[in-house]
Design a protein around this ligand. Structure first.
Ligand code: NDP
Length: 258
């Protein structure tokens, strides 16, 4: 079977699963972090859960970069560097600074592994191979760097990255090493919403989708929304229930709106 057929097959299957997950997560919170509970099978520490679950994003991207015919072209390299900027942080830095005693079910890790493997393949293989093979969409030649879609995409990606990093650091600093409980976060975008780390993450992948301007990028935005929209709603509800003095004007995920 030709690889492009496999590629489209994975993309379509992934879109169908994302839709099912989106609906499911409004009824069942993914069982990790504050929503962890019994009945989801064996668990490991959150730190190792994150490292394992996110590992394909760097490993597979590097392999696809190495085997590509366009490894030394400017635009694919810029995209590759931005991808790694996010995922080296998420896989190899973020987990080591977590201050949590929570454990993660292996089931969640397995699901994350499958998602990250297929998603990294869809994103990186297109940039480094199928864009030219099929001739569909941007060819990622040097003039793409001055295309408005690319420029606006980079700006949104960087703004999202800063919001995501800052908001995750605010959460991390809420606990001293060894502390367990939860507190109300303040500062930065927490003035407006309960989950600015998720808001930043969503911006990152909207920026990415604009930069790559292909179906895989669009699908990644949908996946991110499918995961984080229902989770932000659950977090917000949880804060309101746990803290009677929780700021009333704060929304869940989108400033002033939701
Ligand atoms: P959370 O906001 O649920 O938790 C992040 C960390 O902060 C955890 O260690 C958590 O501890 C701690 N924490 C959260 N709230 C508080 C609080 N009020 N007081 C004290 N500590 C707190 O984020 P996730 O774990 O869901 O996600 C982590 C990162 O991964 C985020 O940047 C997110 O954007 C990204 N992500 C991306 C996804 C995607 O689809 N692209 C999907 C999921 C996450 P504890 O574990 O004890 O609750």
């Amino acid at each position: 079977m030709e690889e492009i057929v496999i590629y489209w097959g994975i993309l379509i299957a992934s879109a169908v699963i994302a839709l099912a997950i989106f609906i499911l997560l409004f009824f069942v919170s993914a069982p990790y972090g504050r929503h962890v509970r019994k009945g989801w099978g064996p668990t490991i520490t959150s730190k190792w859960g994150w490292i394992l679950m996110e590992s394909p994003t760097v490993a597979i991207a590097v392999v696809l970069f190495v085997v590509s015919d366009y490894s030394f072209e400017l635009v694919p390299i810029v995209l590759f560097v931005l991808w790694c900027l996010h995922y080296v942080q998420r896989d190899l830095i973020f987990p080591f600074f977590l201050r949590t005693n929570k454990r993660m079910p292996l089931l969640i890790i397995l699901f994350g592994l499958i998602f990250n493997t297929s998603n990294t393949y869809l994103q990186v293989r297109w940039i480094f191979h199928f864009a030219r093979e099929t001739g569909i969409g941007p060819q990622y030649l040097p003039d793409w760097l001055v295309d408005p879609r690319f420029i606006i995409g980079v700006i949104i990606f960087i703004v999202g990255y800063i919001i995501n990093r800052h908001s995750d650091l605010v959460l991390r600093d809420l606990r001293k090493p060894g502390e367990k409980g939860y507190k109300i976060p303040f500062g930065g975008m927490y003035k407006f919403i309960s989950s600015p780390n998720y808001f930043g993450e969503i911006l990152i992948w909207i920026g990415w989708a604009l930069m790559v301007w292909n179906l895989a990028g669009l699908l990644f935005v949908f996946w991110t929304l499918a995961n984080l929209f229902p989770r932000a709603k659950s977090h917000h509800k949880w804060y309101l229930k746990e803290f009677p003095d929780y700021p009333k004007e704060r929304k869940a995920l989108i400033p002033f709106l939701f």
